[in-house]
Design a protein. Structure first.
Length: 78
């Protein structure tokens, strides 16, 4: 099982807000597919899936602020 963490962002940016999830628990996802959309004060960006598999847990709800490096979801490898 792989943990999906909020990746490093621009210099000086250490947190972002979950805008919405493109996938739900139990759905299959391919490596590189958009998993969720995040917002910062200056940008909106998608976080891609690091692996192919099935989403087993979503740990950050829409509207929740997340710190860089924080686990936001788990995916069971295909």
């Amino acid at each position: 099982m792989a943990e999906v963490k909020l990746p490093d962002l621009a210099e000086g940016v250490d947190k972002a807000v979950v805008s919405f999830w493109h996938k739900e628990i139990g759905e299959d996802i391919s490596k590189g597919d958009d998993l969720l959309e995040m917002l910062t004060d200056k940008a909106t960006f998608n976080v891609p899936s690091p692996i192919s598999g099935k989403i087993t847990n979503i740990l950050s709800e829409e509207g929740q602020e997340v710190q860089v490096g924080e686990v936001i979801a788990t995916i069971e490898e295909a």
